[in-house]
Write a protein that binds this ligand. Sequence first.
Ligand code: DP6
Length: 323
Amino acid sequence: MSITARSTPNIALIKYWGNRNNDLRLPAADSLSMTLNSPYVDVTVEHAEVLRVHSTSKQLTSKDIERFAKHLELMKMYLVVDSIPNSLNIQIDSHIPSGIGLASSAAVFSAIAKAVAGLIDQNLTDEQVSILARLGSGSASRSILGGFVAMKNVSEGMDGAVAEQIADEKHWNLHDIVIIPSGDEKKVGSTEGHAGAWTSPHFATRLEAIQKYRQQECIDAILNKDFEKLQHISEEDALDMHHCMETQNPALKYLSEDTHHILAQVRELREREHVPVLFTMDAGPTVHLICTDEAKDTISGFAHSQKNCKVFEASVGPGAHCI
Ligand code: DP6
């Protein structure tokens, strides 16, 4: 028997950066994101004697295979029972265009978790499936659910951080207009970056701010559809994460001159036309412009007017599901 699950990336409004346990991907702080409706990844799993992973879009390196093997090992530890007797055959069919600055790991590991949950057929809750996903990639836990999703620290141990839906995808039809400046791919991946987070002198203050007010204010802004508040709090958090990245050792400078140039223009546009739009950036120079329905055409036009940039458009989506 084989099971196929489909999943998509998510874009964080309160960013996950740094772990309290790197091996188990237990985040240092809570985070919050919007699950996107595209682009998607399909993952098919079936029982096998030895682990085999095949991707239709990427030549997998030995480092990639090691990561899948580690994920499988952790999933088996978490599931305890002999649900996965030996190993898995994993087929990854990614529809994420390459070089658009959207990390595929959240979509891939959430799809693996959802498919494995289907394969072992034990009626796992979404919370449990989000733990399976988190063991492969921290942000993947949030893609298990649709709409607006928090990742919450709840305890020590493997099940110590879980995803929780704040509001489903029908609650607020926000869009993510992604502007990808042409240029180099990121050199240091998130997994390596997370490990250095604690070396930033600003990291402790960041954790305190998220815990004291940011996460809750972001949840309130979403529940009340208060875009201005969402803009204020999520931009504060994104810039704060990059400040930590740039001051950790070794320093990680993900934002480029192009990024800053785009941000300056977004601020100008906002001042001139009072458009409801907010910016956020992950571990790369790509700018995500989150906007409401009413602002979508203006922001799309703005994005397409940027020279030497690719543009990708998505909206809030439903989360991982078996197909
Ligand atoms: C900057 O989930 O990609 O996008 O667990 O190592 O796969 P791994 O890290 P990952 O980290 C996400 C970092 C971020 C912020 C976010 O999505 O919250």
